[in-house]
Design a protein around this ligand. Structure first.
Ligand SMILES: NC(=O)c1ccc[n+]([C@@H]2O[C@H](COP(=O)([O-])OP(=O)(O)OC[C@H]3O[C@@H](n4cnc5c(N)ncnc54)[C@H](O)[C@@H]3O)[C@@H](O)[C@H]2O)c1
Length: 250
């Protein structure tokens, strides 16, 4: 039986797509029939991924995108619209981690984390929303974190950024609820990625806090975004999917 992709007709813009969870989104969204434009500061890795996926016949295009730069976002939205005539989907994925406590984090680092993780998502939504409204059956997925709900010591800027992402998501959802754009968050727990700046997950530590006993394959998280980005989620806005192996259930 022929697989009917759940994103047929969609055009998605994905930030931080060169590696990790973003790359899993790029691959899965394209496999599901979407046309994908993705950006990252890692230019060589992004271009190589686009080449690999292009060789499989998938519709992906890479460009350099620093999510802290409004001009980069404008160029990314323009590229998607010029290539495909529309933009239907935004996945705000790019983020950085900082393992610093309240006294130790420098003001420069605090601002940088907030700039990439929170301001970057706002800039992405601001740039994409006119095209998303024009299409009228659109979706934004903001990648958040279980750390928006669960506090840990020594990651104060990261927690602040992800807490901000969650309430920003709900606010924008309410603002655009009558204009054809759904806005939701995905809150992963531990993922098998080399998340820059974070400690390499220790399998023993993960199994002691995650009831499912393991960290997630990035595709397991991307499937939550896929659902929110698809028309199957047509009644869902202003909320979140927690994909954390039960971590926050207890
Ligand atoms: N890894 C985890 O355990 C975990 C847990 C919860 C949430 N998350 C979230 O998942 C998302 C992806 O994280 P990951 O684990 O794949 O990390 P990662 O470090 O593997 O990938 C992040 C990507 O974002 C890119 N990026 C960083 N700064 C950027 C900028 N200024 N502009 C554009 N791109 C930039 C990086 O180059 C990289 O390709 C993030 O939002 C993160 O907060 C990760």
């Amino acid at each position: 039986m022929t697989h009917v992709g759940r994103l047929e007709g969609k055009v998605a813009l994905i930030s931080g797509g060169a590696r990790g969870l973003g790359a899993a989104h790029v691959e899965l969204f394209a496999e599901e029939g979407g046309a994908v434009v993705f950006g990252d500061v890692l230019v060589d890795e992004g271009a190589a991924l686009a080449d690999r996926l292009g060789e499989r016949g998938l519709h992906v295009q890479f460009l350099k995108l620093d999510v802290t730069q409004a001009d980069d976002w404008a160029a990314a939205v323009d590229l998607a619209v010029n290539l495909h005539g529309r933009l239907t989907t935004l996945v705000n994925n790019a983020a950085i981690f900082s393992a610093d406590g309240t006294q130790d984090v420098t003001q420069e680092t605090f601002r940088h984390v907030l700039s990439v993780n929170l301001e970057g998502q706002w800039l992405g939504m601001r740039a994409a929303l006119p095209a998303l409204v024009e299409f009228g059956n659109s979706s934004i997925v903001n990648i958040c974190s279980v750390y928006a709900h669960l506090a840990t010591p020594d990651a104060v800027a990261y927690h602040a950024s992800k807490g901000g992402v969650l309430i920003m998501t709900r606010s924008t959802a309410l603002e655009y609820v009558g204009r054809g754009v759904r806005v939701n968050a995905v809150n992963p727990g531990a993922i098998d990625t080399l998340f820059a700046g974070s400690a390499t997950p220790d399998a023993g530590a993960i199994s002691s806090v995650v009831p499912l006993g393991r960290s997630a394959d990035p595709r397991e998280i991307a499937h939550a975004s896929l659902f929110l980005a698809s028309d199957d989620a047509s009644y869902i806005t202003g909320t979140e999917i927690v994909a954390d192996g039960g971590w926050s259930a207890g």
